[in-house]
Ligand binder design. Structure first.
Ligand SMILES: C[S@@+](CC[C@H](N)C(=O)[O-])C[C@H]1O[C@@H](n2cnc3c(N)ncnc32)[C@H](O)[C@@H]1O
Length: 265
């Protein structure tokens, strides 16, 4: 379920918090998808453009529609992606542009769990697809393998049991292989496949891990912004004491995501 604290506004803050990990993840996803070249794409919830960039870089598209309801994210993406094949629209999954014809691929990166009605969103996505086209998406494994968020919420909840209401691992049961498979089957898609995308997340030092949580964009930073300075420092110190630091001061974690794809009959 999406919530008022899922604040998606500031492109630069998003980039330092999540974009730096969602960009390699998007490339990983395109490699998993192994799409055909010269296709027409629609990217739903493009944010600052991680997946749109990966499509342009790796899939040689004919065209890409990049949509997001956040005007500021669209603005950020428009400024950073200078590619004549890409068109942008400030639109959510519920009001997707028709893009001037049926798409070959409708994709969505790290978005499905934030939608109030994912079933309806997948149905809308299907309406933009040609028959035989593909819907594909990925979400973080918040409950387990997305380690930097997992560590964050485990420590936050240990300090403040009320934080569990914000913990994405609890809030987003959709972010599990069987739930994703059921969502795609429920939409009548065939050849539904779920895959795993593993991504290293290496932080140069503790501040590199912690500072992006102070910038207010996304569920965990929004939770940090709600804390008093004393509680925030307590959480910071607890995390600093619990993370394994390498000899050079760096912190190496893994970030796992689940990917799902299906074909429209
Ligand atoms: C975690 S970000 C992912 C952004 C980008 N796809 C990436 O991989 O970096 C989640 C995105 O979902 C967008 N979003 C929120 N509600 C949405 C909706 N109803 N339809 C489409 N996108 C939505 C947000 O604006 C935000 O850009």
């Amino acid at each position: 379920m999406t919530g008022a604290n899922d604040i998606w506004k500031m492109g630069d803050a998003y980039e330092s918090y999540m974009g730096r990990w969602s960009r390699p993840l998007a490339r990983n996803f395109i490699n998993w998808l192994a799409p055909r070249r010269g296709a027409r794409w629609l990217d739903v919830g493009c944010g600052t453009g991680a997946l749109t960039s990966a499509i342009c870089e790796l899939a040689d598209p004919e065209s890409v529609w990049a949509c997001d309801p956040s005007e500021r994210f669209i603005d950020h993406a428009r400024k950073s992606i200078r590619d004549g094949r890409v068109a942008f629209a400030a639109a959510g999954a519920e009001d997707l542009p028709d893009g001037g014809g049926a798409m070959d691929y409708v994709v969505s990166g790290l978005v499905l769990n934030f939608l109030s009605n994912p079933d309806r969103a997948i149905a809308h996505m299907g309406q933009r697809l040609r028959r035989g086209g593909m819907i594909a998406a990925y979400v973080w494994d918040y409950a387990d393998g997305m380690e930097f968020l997992r560590r964050f919420w485990d420590e936050a909840v240990a300090l403040d049991s009320a934080a569990s209401g914000h913990d994405e691992g609890r809030r987003f049961p959709l972010c599990q292989p069987e739930a994703l498979r059921a969502l795609f089957h429920g939409a009548g898609l065939r050849d539904v496949t779920v895959g795993v995308l593993e991504n290293p997340t290496r932080f140069r030092h503790f501040q590199d891990f912690w500072t992006p949580f102070l910038r207010g964009t996304g569920p965990a930073p929004s939770y940090v912004a709600s804390l008093s300075p004393e509680r925030r420092n307590l959480l910071r110190d607890r995390l600093a004491g619990s993370l394994m630091v390498e000899a050079d001061g760096s912190i190496s974690l893994n970030a796992r995501a689940w990917a799902v794809r299906g074909v429209l009959e």
